[in-house]
Design a protein. Sequence first.
Length: 120
Amino acid sequence: MNNKTLVFGASLKPNRYSNYAIQRLVANNFETVAFGLKKGAISGVEVDTELLYYDDIHTVTLYLNPKRQKEFYNYIVSLNPKRVIFNPGTENPELFSILKENNIFFEAACTLVLLSTNQY
């Protein structure tokens, strides 16, 4: 599958949803990259602590609360993803508007549910 996904707000803690999302994306053969506060690896995916300009990002799945997202608006838009998924608790009307202005599809959904129901 070619839907390269950036897990934004990745946590090395195994009980965090972002961590589980990386595990499920890898298990479902999605090319996965991750950005988080602490460097490490989850299911073979290195968590980057610097903002890298990845090529061909299809989906950005957010695991960062709205207050923390603001400093990353330009970065997310610059990746020109096909979609941004706002996982529960990350919904952000201000970023919704910015994405809409830049013709980037977004949805408030749960990556884990989308994967488990084959809707990803």
